[in-house]
Design a protein around this ligand. Structure first.
Ligand SMILES: Nc1ncnc2c1ncn2[C@@H]1O[C@H](COP(=O)(O)OP(=O)(O)OP(=O)(O)O)[C@@H](O)[C@H]1O
Length: 302
């Protein structure tokens, strides 16, 4: 379990993490989501004690990570896949890590096998593709067989087969009762990966809940109606309290459900060619909730 309590980190005038509190429980894959610059990497570095917080605290299974003597056995982490010595082989890299954390050598072979790098074990890491580096970083995170695992943007650079494999791995790790926290700035990546979400924007908490609960927040159903008689129907629906947007022969209606719209149209003999309810996707809910905290907007000065 990871407990983040009023965590704050400032760099000069920038507040990267702002009184952030949330809990990540074992047995779940928790997605850690936020737009670019939201403070995800900073938070993960604070969990691992790589930086000191300006305020607040974070504990892993009740203790600060730094107070644990053999870190990799308690928390495995993939932060930056490029942060490896390019001149070494995958085998040498993992062997050094295993030795310094007193992890048995057989774990090196086991994790190389697990991530599909057994065949490339003796190749220089410098020649690895981004996807292979990600796999190596994942191998390092798994090395100590830890109960808590953190992954910063692990799906970056993986091909569709790799993404599928990694999702399967996360689910298995969670099913084994481990705490699994996976960061991403894309809801689409988390949709089939996580079952719980912690969403942040500008360093502050926006939501911490199940994926289902999150989806329900942003859901403001709209009904798409196609009719040759848009003017009449718009007047009728507006009169009944709906908000109506008109685009050629299509109306986008909020505030009335499809049943009610159908009844009104029938009563007034307006022909309908389509009547479809749309609920917002998770992506839309995410965009809506984080809209105010997006730092960099294309083509728009803020
Ligand atoms: N060492 C540092 N010095 C100064 N500012 C920093 C430092 N590290 C992070 N920041 C700033 O803190 C904020 C949060 O950055 P962070 O990398 O944690 O965000 P993120 O959510 O991981 O973003 P991304 O999705 O782009 O990786 C940003 O405004 C960033 O510029």
């Amino acid at each position: 379990m990871i407990e983040v309590n009023e965590l704050t980190k400032r760099y000069g005038g920038t507040t990267a993490v702002d009184h952030l509190s949330f809990t990540v429980r074992p047995g779940h894959v928790t997605g850690f989501l936020g737009p670019n610059g939201a403070g995800k990497s900073t938070t993960l570095r604070l969990v691992l004690g790589l930086n000191d917080p300006t305020g607040g605290s974070v504990t892993v299974d009740g203790r600060r990570f730094r107070d644990r003597p053999r870190g990799l056995r308690h928390v495995g982490a993939l932060l930056d896949a490029h942060e490896v010595h390019g001149g070494r082989s995958a085998l040498a890299h993992l062997t050094v890590l295993a030795r310094s954390n007193r992890i048995p050598r057989r774990r090196v072979d086991a994790v190389l096998e697990e991530v599909g790098l057994a065949g490339a074990r003796r190749r220089r890491i410098g020649g690895f593709s981004l996807g292979m580096k990600q796999r190596l970083g994942i191998a390092a995170a798994l090395l100590g067989d830890p109960p808590v695992l953190l992954f910063d943007e692990p799906l970056n650079g993986l091909d569709p087969e790799g993404v599928k494999w990694l999702r399967g791995l996360f689910h298995r790790l969670a099913a084994e009762g481990r705490t699994v926290l996976v960061s991403s700035h894309l809801m689409s990546e988390m949709e089939n990966t996580a079952d719980r979400l912690v969403v942040i924007g500008r360093g502050a908490l926006i939501a911490a809940e199940s994926l289902t609960e999150f989806a329900a927040r942003g859901t403001r159903p709209t009904v798409t109606v196609r009719t040759p008689d848009t003017a009449a129907l718009t007047a009728l629906l507006t009169g009944a309290g709906a908000e109506v947007r008109r685009d050629a022969d299509t109306l986008t209606v909020t505030g009335l459900d499809a049943d009610r719209i159908g009844e009104i149209a029938l009563r007034h003999r307006v022909l309908l060619r389509e009547l479809t309810t749309r609920t917002a996707s998770l992506e839309e809910a995410f965009m809506e909730l984080t809209a105010d905290s997006v730092e960099y907007l294309a083509g728009e000065a803020r």
